[in-house]
Design a protein around this ligand. Structure first.
Ligand code: NI
Length: 171
């Protein structure tokens, strides 16, 4: 497993729509393993493949936040098939937008259909942090960032800040 460099705002790759995964090949298994390694190293609770520059619909998540009790989850081609009416606000962050946080309102519970690394089609119902996280990561697969859910003023401010840092060569 390899820790891969993270793609950071304002890198245009973050705006790409990622391609679906076909059969589960060694390439996909390696990608998922590298994503988990990169996510744990960061550390973060979720990662989409495009955040290491690979435009495929692969998401890794571990919301356990305890490095002695890890629960890695890999989602291939995840899609939300149901979302609750009730919403929940969470102070979100993103490994591609380091050290910036903002409150985002999303459905409190979602049902997600995906394939696992064995190629089996599965469905889970997620709530709490997992529900927030999976919606955040699926957004990445469509080139959407959590800052897109904030006010235009806040979004413009953070984009400008990261564009300046990139120009200076800080990131
Ligand atoms: Ni993110």
């Amino acid at each position: 497993m390899t820790i891969r460099p993270l793609v950071i705002l304002p890198d245009a790759r973050l705006r790409l729509a990622s391609e679906p995964v076909g059969p589960v090949t060694d390439e996909i298994r390696t990608l998922a393993a590298d994503m988990l390694e990169t996510m744990y190293d960061a550390p973060g609770v979720g990662l989409a493949a495009i955040q290491i520059g690979v435009p495929r619909r692969v998401v890794t998540i571990d919301t356990s936040k305890d490095e002695n009790d890890r629960h890695p989850q890999v989602f291939l081609n995840p899609e939300i098939v149901w979302a609750s009416e009730e919403k929940r606000i969470y102070d979100e962050g993103c490994l591609s937008i380091p050290e910036f946080y903002g409150e985002v309102e999303r459905p409190d519970r979602v049902r997600v259909r995906f394939r696992d690394l064995q190629g089996e089609e599965r469905e889970i119902e997620a709530d709490g942090l997992l529900a927030t996280c999976i919606q955040h990561e699926i957004d990445h697969l469509d080139g959407v960032l959590f800052i897109d859910h904030l006010s235009k003023l806040k979004r413009d401010r953070v984009v400008k800040k990261f564009a300046k840092a990139a120009k200076r060569g800080d990131v």
